[in-house]
Design a protein around this ligand. Structure first.
Ligand code: TXA
Ligand code: MG
Length: 321
C-alpha cells in the first residue's frame, strides 16, 4: 500500500490526514462526514462556528458543493484553479453544517500541490481542511511544523516539502452582487480584478464584517514572542534601548544595515514579497520563544505585499512609526 492509498483509507474511515498544499499544510477530513469533520475542530481547538474550506480536485466538482454559481465564480476558477484561491459560494443543501459553521455558504478551493491534487483525485470527494495548526497559532508550511503542533494526535502527515507560496489562499466571496475580498493571499488581488473586470471590495476586519472568517480575527496569526513592526531607523533605536535594558532582541530586516556597532543580533530577510511570504511562517516559528522580542522591518505598502502585510498586521503586537 502506498502512502497515498493509506491516506485515502484513513480518510474513508473518518480519520484525519495532514496534507501539503502550495499555501500552507491543511488538516483534512472527509467533508461529507460530520463526525470526521468534528475531529478537526477537536484537534485544533477551533470554535465550531468557524467554517472550513472544502478542497476539491478541480472545477468539475464545483457543482457538487455549490449552487447558484455565478459566471464570475466559474471565470475565477478557470483562471486560478488549481491554485491558492478560495471561492465562497451558496452551498448545496447536503454540505454538513459542521463544515459551513451553519452558514448557507461554502468555501471551495482546488489546491495546486501535486500530492494534494493526487490525493483528491484518488479520494474522489471533498476534503474539509483548515490550516494544520492549533487555533490561533502560526500556520504550518512544512510537515515538521504539523508534527510539532499535533504530535501523534494526527494519524498521518503527508510530507510534500515546504509550501511554495507560504501564506494562505486568497478568499473571495461571490455570494452577493459585489465580489468581496475576505482575505488577501496567494493570488494577487489585481489578478482577480483583471479577470472580473471590476474592483473587489476589501473587508479589513471582522469588526464590521457580517461574515465569520477566523483569518479575520485581529490577533490570529500571533507568535508568542512579541513582534514589533516598523521602519528600520526606529527599530534600531528600539533595539539599542532594549538591549541596554538586558532584553534578548532579534532584528529582522530587509534593507542592508551593515554591521550594527551595538552588537544587536540581526537576520537579513528576503527582499522580494514572494520569497518573504514563503519564509515568513517558518521564521516566526523558528524564532518564537527564543528571544524576548522580535523587531521586524515593515515591508512596503505596495500591492505585491498585501497578503504579507495582512498577516504581519495580525501577528504584530506593536507598530512603530
Ligand atoms: O490556503 C488555505 O486557504 C489553507 C489551505 C490548507 O487550503 N486553508 C486555510 O484554512 O487557511 P483556514 O480554516 O485556516 O482558513 C480558512 C478561512 C477561515 O477564515 C474561514 O472562516 C474562511 O476561510 N471560510 C471558510 N468557509 C467560509 C464561508 N463559507 N464563508 C466565509 N468564510 C469562510
Ligand atoms: Mg488558519
Amino acid at each position: 500500500m502506498t502512502e497515498l492509498d493509506h491516506a485515502v483509507a484513513l480518510l474513508r474511515e473518518g480519520e484525519l490526514v495532514a496534507i501539503p498544499t502550495e499555501t500552507v499544510y491543511g488538516l483534512a477530513a472527509d467533508a461529507a462526514n460530520p463526525a470526521a469533520v468534528a475531529k478537526i475542530f477537536a484537534l485544533k481547538g477551533r470554535p465550531s462556528d468557524h467554517p472550513l474550506i472544502v478542497h476539491i480536485a478541480g472545477t468539475a466538482q464545483l457543482d457538487d458543493w455549490a449552487t447558484n454559481i455565478p459566471a464570475d465564480a466559474r471565470r475565477l476558477a478557470d483562471a486560478f484553479w488549481p491554485g491558492p484561491l478560495t471561492l465562497i459560494l451558496k452551498r448545496q443543501p447536503h454540505v454538513p453544517d459542521a463544515v459551513t459553521g451553519g452558514q448557507d455558504t461554502v468555501g471551495l478551493r482546488a489546491p495546486a500541490h501535486p500530492l494534494a491534487h493526487a490525493l483528491l483525485e484518488q479520494f474522489g470527494g471533498g476534503l474539509a481542511a483548515p490550516s494544520a495548526n492549533r487555533f490561533g497559532h502560526v500556520s504550518p508550511t512544512t510537515a515538521q511544523h504539523v508534527r510539532d503542533e499535533f504530535g501523534d494526535a494526527c494519524p498521518l502527515v503527508l510530507d510534500g516539502g515546504a509550501s511554495p507560496v507560504g501564506v494562505e489562499s486568497t478568499i473571495v466571496s461571490l455570494v452577493d452582487d459585489t465580489p468581496k475580498l475576505l482575505r488577501p493571499g496567494g493570488v494577487p488581488r489585481e489578478a482577480i480584478e483583471a479577470v472580473l473586470g471590476r474592483k473587489l471590495e476589501h473587508h479589513q476586519s471582522n469588526k464590521t464584517a457580517k461574515i465569520r472568517a477566523s483569518g479575520l480575527l485581529d490577533s490570529h496569526y500571533a507568535p508568542r514572542t512579541p513582534l514589533i513592526l516598523g521602519p528600520l531607523p526606529s527599530l534600531l533605536d528600539e533595539a539599542a534601548r532594549r538591549l541596554a535594558a538586558g532584553e534578548r532582541v532579534l532584528l529582522l530586516h530587509r534593507s542592508a544595515i551593515g554591521t550594527p556597532t551595538s552588537g544587536i543580533a540581526h537576520q537579513q530577510l528576503a527582499p522580494d514579497a514572494a520569497h518573504f511570504a514563503r519564509e515568513l511562517y517558518a521564521l516566526l516559528r523558528r524564532h518564537d520563544r527564543q528571544h524576548d522580542v522580535l523587531l521586524m522591518e515593515a515591508p512596503p505598502q505596495s500591492p505585491e505585499w498585501l497578503a504579507v502585510n495582512d498577516r504581519l498586521k495580525r501577528a504584530a503586537t506593536t507598530r512603530l512609526d
